[in-house]
Design a binder for this molecule. Structure first.
Ligand code: CP
Length: 332
């Protein structure tokens, strides 16, 4: 007979414990809120599962690992890649999806609070993926949910699953992470992808270059956080001084939606554009990445360059998200 667990104890599920906490199944029931949760051992494990997912997709396309499981895909902000890759990941694993891609057609438009929306979805789903404009929103959602919550981007805060797929891309494309020089370019102030990726890279021995307009610098508190961890970081306002030494050029969009003044956005939006001429100065063995969408910061003429990894990067994301869903649902 199943043991009765009082509702208040069910709520006491430990939220976002470090993944390395191996009491019971290592990833079962855990939230994915910040990259700070992951140790190097966890990353190796996740990437091992992601490779198995890739092999299975290549062999059979879809399989029934998560048959009977339901994902609630809750997006308060626009998304193409994150939303559709989580949906594809769940369907390739044989599960189902409640897609809420446009919250204005949900009861959020009637004023429903985030906690109540989460309490609703946990009644119907086994795992919740959330994107929300406020920093800390995924953590709030996790607090109110008995089911695992995966952060798909909380404002300018973090985008942990993007950072995981970015790191997986680097490992698969260049074979290693230690010893690399990673140059991040663009809107480093508002770009949650670079916030998460720089934190995740601090687990490795890397050199980080930050190239941006003055007003879009990496947040000083994040630079300080990584400095304390001994990460080599340098800031620049031009790409030329660091391009020739760069192994990974991580380009980001200037985030129009985060600007209070459109005049200011217009002043900085075209600050950096990567062209075939730019790539002439880059190493032969390096990659250029972008979380996408792009709005002009990488010329389409660069797309055929074998070093352009940003479309391959999206596919790596499918396998990483399949791995995460299987793990938090106790099936990997
Ligand atoms: N990289 C990324 O988060 O893309 P979307 O905004 O399309 O999900």
């Amino acid at each position: 007979m199943a043991t009765f667990v009082p509702p208040n104890e069910r709520n006491a599920r430990s939220p976002h414990l470090p993944f390395g906490d191996h009491r019971g199944a290592p990833f079962y029931g855990k939230d994915v809120i910040s990259v700070s949760q992951f140790s190097r051992t966890d990353l190796e494990y996740i990437f091992g599962v992601a490779k198995e997912m890739r092999a299975m997709v290549e062999r059979v396309g879809t399989f029934d690992l998560l048959k009977g499981k339901i994902l609630a895909n809750l997006f308060y902000e626009p998304s193409t890649r994150t939303s559709s890759s989580f949906l594809a990941a769940m369907e390739r694993l044989g599960g189902s999806v409640i897609p809420i891609n446009e919250v204005r057609y949900s009861s959020v438009a009637k004023g429903e609070s985030l906690p109540d929306t989460i309490r609703t979805l946990e009644c119907y789903a086994d795992v919740i993926v959330i994107r929300h404009p406020e920093v800390g929103s995924a953590e709030v959602a996790a607090k109110y949910s008995k089911k695992p919550v995966i952060n798909a981007g909380d404002g300018i805060g973090e985008h942990p699953t993007q950072a995981l797929l970015d790191l997986f891309t680097i490992k698969e494309e260049l074979g290693q992470v230690d010893g690399l020089t990673v140059t991040m370019l663009g809107d480093l102030k508002n770009g949650r992808t670079v916030h998460s990726l720089s934190r995740l890279l601090s687990t490795f021995v890397v050199r980080l270059n930050y190239v941006s307009p003055e007003i879009l610098r990496m947040p000083p508190e994040l630079v300080e956080e990584l400095k304390v961890k001994g990460v080599s970081q340098k800031e620049f306002d031009a790409l030329e001084p660091v391009l020739a030494e760069t192994d990974v050029l991580y380009v980001t969009r200037v985030q129009k939606e985060r600007f209070e003044s459109q005049d200011l956005y217009e002043k900085v939006k075209g600050a950096f554009v990567i062209t075939p001429e730019t790539m002439e100065q880059a190493k032969e063995k390096m990659i250029i990445m972008h979380p996408l969408p792009r709005v002009g910061e990488i010329s389409m003429e660069v797309d055929d360059d074998p070093r352009a990894a940003y479309f391959r990067q999206m596919e790596y994301g499918l396998y990483v998200r399949m791995a995460l869903l299987a793990m938090v649902l106790g099936k990997a």
